[in-house]
Design a protein around this ligand. Structure first.
Ligand SMILES: [Zn+2]
Ligand SMILES: [Zn+2]
Length: 206
């Protein structure tokens, strides 16, 4: 199953250039079977998401959020599986990770080497479940640094599209054979290494 873990739409992320229907249709065309919508500091409502999902039975659409914290808000954490706006208000990586863990949601440190502030998260006693490796917002050098960090800390590394429009699709993603029925199933899949990192034909695997 081809999965996108990190996607923005123009409904709640000002930097995204495609609306939800347009981008979901494009994912389906490219063979994706599951996606987490992770808007910047905003969550889709449960009913709103169910409404979108009803129009696209070919793909599982799960909720999430990308929370910005730290210096210049340059530390970004993905919380997968939540519709709860509280994550946006916590403003502290330790609290975000702790709450997500208690609720069974996966946390992923987004593009850890895009800027510098993200590094502080990697010295916390409770680490996120994963860091991003190859994404549309990581240079190959940054992806390699993230790979080394994940290895050193013993946490997972995942490829994501960090999708903001159609041109971000089919570049970086994960595939899994495990059942991904509920949104929170992804946490076990990530933590147990039950997935592979994939890159599109235009990209080079690090
Ligand atoms: Zn980000
Ligand atoms: Zn993002």
């Amino acid at each position: 199953m081809k999965v996108e873990l990190h996607l923005h739409t123009s409904r709640y992320s000002a930097c995204a250039v495609a609306g939800p229907e347009e981008i979901i249709r494009h994912l389906i065309t490219n063979g994706y079977e599951a996606v987490y919508i992770t808007e910047h500091d905003a969550c889709w409502g449960e009913w709103e998401l169910a409404d979108l999902a009803a129009g696209f039975p070919e793909i599982r659409i799960f909720p999430g959020i990308e929370v910005a914290m730290g210096e210049n808000l340059s530390c970004h954490l993905l919380v997968l599986g939540t519709c709860d706006k509280i994550y946006h208000r916590l403003g502290d990586a330790r609290e975000v990770i702790r709450l997500a863990r208690s609720q069974g949601h996966a946390t992923i440190l987004a593009h850890p080497y895009r800027w510098t502030a993200a590094a502080e998260v990697l010295s916390l006693p409770e680490l996120p479940d994963a860091v991003e490796l190859q994404t549309s917002n990581h240079s190959p050098a940054a992806a390699k640094a993230a790979f080394q960090t994940a290895k050193r800390l013993g946490i997972a590394g995942v490829n994501t599209g960090d999708v903001h429009g159609k041109t971000f699709v089919n570049r970086f993603w994960i595939e899994t054979d495990r059942p991904l029925t509920e949104a929170d199933d992804i946490r076990d899949i990530i933590r147990s290494g039950g997935y592979s990192n994939c890159v599109g034909p235009q990209e080079e695997m690090i």
